[in-house]
Design a protein around this ligand. Structure first.
Ligand code: SAH
Ligand code: SF4
Ligand code: F3S
Length: 461
């Protein structure tokens, strides 16, 4: 006998941008599953296709526009296509005009209304919903997490800084923090679901304050959850590293020895034009306080090249601050003007020519990568704990992560995904490592046979 119930409508969400968007997509899936939708992992023939977008740089948006065009070919006559996230918030109804096959535009605070909006869209209506809701943390939504060994936990939404290049305050609205007890409850649930690593998310996550508790309290409370082995957070702002926060980081054993500390520029003049609210010296002092408190701390950063008015000297200051700090790694970006941000109102003659930006960018990348490589070579032979995350892209090895955020390729069976292993770092490409479980090294060495498989090391001990 055939099943009399109609098949549930299917939904596919494609995610761009930062981890906050990944966490939001998990909440969107959660909301829609609670309303009877079935998630699918490909757009072909889905009843609903949502594209969760990023607006941080122009190329992030160009990519989405291209992708929206491509998605047409996966649409059935009654498929609903929606755009969510930061680009949706930024463009609102303009997106409906630009892309006729899009019937829904929903900003980051509007996902609770998705089921109702989708009902309307399936009746042929077209909507743009971009109001901010300063109370919205999706507390009662059960996130439907993507596969993986760590959980993204938003603890704060929005941003109260006003860096002059940045679109985020426009797309995410003012800063608000979740209640500490609500974050702890979600972390407890994550542990019950079998995960042992959490990443606390916020635009300036260490400015977290729920009216009673600050970020130091939050780190201690999350670190105290039974079963949690690793706590990470991203991205902190240098000005919000109080002594309390640094002490909590140093004292809570599960908080990993890694800080992603966006620097943006090494020139005090540039930092001022960017409205970052710290000087070169302040940044360095923050690094020193962190390193003094946390032995073996790894530091990564974000840097922008070619911000308006950037002189050769100011760029040299960025290189020299990188050399002074010796970052483990960096995300480096060419400045991208964002509509409505103060940087777009700076004098036209401050625009740095494309070829100058390109040359500076290449030098910066070479400097950062060179130092990262030296640092990584010095680590060869060390034994470190890694959490196995997934099968590596080439399919032959597993990809694992150390507490200090190094990527380590490990030859092991896929059954070990989710396990903690002790590995010896045996090779590095300069950026990533190969490592062997220490018991493998110990048993393989005396046998005199062929050495354990450690493919692709550029430099090996
Ligand atoms: N809240 C985080 C940054 C989020 S955006 C912080 O304050 O550190 C991630 C990174 O994108 C930023 O650190 C910055 O380096 C880069 N970025 C932001 N706006 C940009 C723009 N208009 N052009 C180029 N890079 C930009
Ligand atoms: Fe953007 Fe600055 Fe806020 Fe970071 S702190 S999100 S760079 S405005
Ligand atoms: Fe992009 Fe929005 Fe994140 S602009 S970086 S998706 S907060």
């Amino acid at each position: 006998m055939s099943d009399p119930r109609p098949a549930p409508p299917t939904v596919y969400i494609e995610t761009y941008g930062c981890q906050m968007n990944v966490a939001d997509s998990e909440r969107m899936y959660g909301t829609l599953v609670a309303h009877g939708y079935a998630p699918v992992d490909a757009p072909d023939g889905a009843d609903v296709i949502l594209v969760n977008t990023c607006a941080i740089r122009e190329n992030a948006e160009t990519r989405v526009i291209g992708r929206l065009g491509e998605l047409r070919r996966f649409m059935k006559p009654d498929t609903v296509v929606g755009v969510t996230g930061c680009m949706a918030q930024r463009l609102g109804p303009r997106l409906l005009d630009q892309a006729r096959h899009v019937s829904l535009v929903v900003g980051p605070d509007g996902y609770r209304a998705l089921p109702a909006l989708l009902d309307g869209a399936r009746r042929g209506e077209r909507f743009s919903a971009t109001d901010f809701d300063l109370e919205e943390h999706y507390e009662d939504v059960v996130a439907r997490r993507f596969e993986g060994v760590k959980a993204w936990i938003p603890v704060q939404r929005g941003c109260n800084y006003r860096c002059t290049y940045c679109i985020v305050p426009t797309t995410r609205g003012p800063e608000r923090s979740r209640k500490l007890a609500d974050v702890v409850r979600e972390v407890e649930q994550v542990v019950r679901d079998g995960l042992t690593e959490v990443v606390l998310l916020g635009q300036t996550v260490n400015s977290y304050h729920d009216g009673t508790h600050d970020f130091a309290d939050l780190l201690r409370a999350v670190g105290a959850v039974d079963g949690i082995r690793r706590v990470r957070y991203t991205s902190p702002h240098p000005n919000d590293f109080s002594d309390r926060v640094i002490a909590a980081m140093a004292e809570v054993p599960s908080v990993c020895e890694h800080v992603h500390l966006p620097m943006q520029s090494g020139s005090t003049g540039m930092l001022k034009r960017m409205l970052r609210r710290y000087t070169r010296e302040d940044y360095l002092a923050c690094v020193e306080r962190l390193r003094a408190a946390i032995p073996g701390l790894a530091l990564t950063t974000d840097i922008i090249v070619g911000f308006p008015g950037e002189t050769d000297e100011e760029f040299e200051d960025t290189l020299s601050l990188c050399r002074a700090v010796r970052f483990d790694d960096a995300f480096m970006f060419k400045f991208s003007p964002r509509e409505g941000t103060p940087a777009t109102r700076m004098p036209a003659e401050w625009t740095v020519p494309d070829e100058v930006v390109a040359a500076r960018f290449d030098r910066l990348v070479a400097t950062v990568r060179g130092m990262a490589r030296e640092g990584n070579l010095a680590r060869l032979g060390d034994v470190t704990e890694v959490l196995v995350e997934k099968v590596a892209r080439d399919g032959a090895l597993l990809q694992a992560r150390s507490r200090d955020f190094k990527t380590v390729m490990v030859p092991a069976d896929a059954a070990r995904i989710g396990e903690y292993l002790s590995v010896r770092l045996t090779g590095t490409t300069g950026a990533t490592f190969t490592g062997l479980p220490v018991d493998t090294v110990a048993t393989a060495a005396p046998s005199g046979g062929s050495p354990p498989r450690a493919p692709l090391p550029v430099a090996a001990i």
